[in-house]
Design a protein around this ligand. Sequence first.
Ligand code: ATP
Ligand code: MG
Length: 313
Amino acid sequence: MSLNALEVKNLTKRIKGRNIVDDVSFSVEKGEIFGLLGPNGAGKTTIIRMIVSLINRTNGSVVIDNYNLDNNFSEAMSSLGAIVENPEFYKYMSGYKNLKHYARMAKESITEDRFNEVIKLVGLENAIHQKVKTYSLGMRQRLGVAQALLHKPALLILDEPTNGLDPQGIREFRDYLHLLAREGISVLVSSHLLSEMQLMCHRFAIIEKGKLIHISNMDETVSEEEVSVREVTFEIEELEKAVDLLANSGMEVDVISRKDSALVVKVAKEAIPLVNKLFVENQIAVYGIYVVKATLEDRFLEITNQKREEEIK
Ligand SMILES: Nc1ncnc2c1ncn2[C@@H]1O[C@H](COP(=O)(O)OP(=O)(O)OP(=O)(O)O)[C@@H](O)[C@H]1O
Ligand SMILES: [Mg+2]
């Protein structure tokens, strides 16, 4: 038994000789909100469609709440709730009647208590008996989540759930996801917005051109080790002399700016003490060394650019 709600291994989708999803592996822990981040056409929806069995896999395995899709298909599927395309509702029926209608198609019967629990969880108590056509987009999204949660899935999968929501709606939605996570439900969510993933997820994977190129933790922005080159400000005297010294040192240091007593350079982490040593040995007083920490945004761009450069080579 594993503590993961979802384990995806070597997931691949090949269409017309092209791998639109290429050997993707990741797992989502219990109670974790995990993001798939990637630009348009990266393969996020295709990954999700394979996990929820809307399309066949070319290769790879999917284990949901310890049930393998290949061996325990129906158990795996009943451990899952998903909104892949925009959920369709009957607009002239109330939210409640829509849920009831949906529940009639479910394998196991759903108790009245469970209906109320889910409605409360998504905050639709006051509107649930109104017709869906009177709902805002955000309310429809929440009704969709309520529907996906009815049968108590271990894992909730949402493809670009905040599309079309306004900032207030996005914020509310985010709060619901965190609430769900605290209840022990795991969530897999996709987006093409880094800032959104940053706020919404515990961890996320960057998907580009069908490949998973990075998995990052959301707790700390970027770990020290991850960023090899960084911007460093040296607070020193004799800036011109310092720049000349660097130019003739043979070290790989890019001067970004110099102003007053601040020399800003781009340099590998290992080279920071060497630059300091160079200055000190040449009688330049060093008053401070400040590392400008790379942000997640920088890291995201760094990773995707790096990949592009590799492809061009
Ligand atoms: N049935 C198909 N036949 C051929 N190509 C497909 C098919 N489905 C998807 N693709 C291609 O696979 C790539 C990935 O598509 P996918 O919809 O998974 O991306 P996405 O990350 O969800 O993008 P978006 O952010 O726009 O939703 C795209 O280039 C798309 O054109
Ligand atoms: Mg998509």
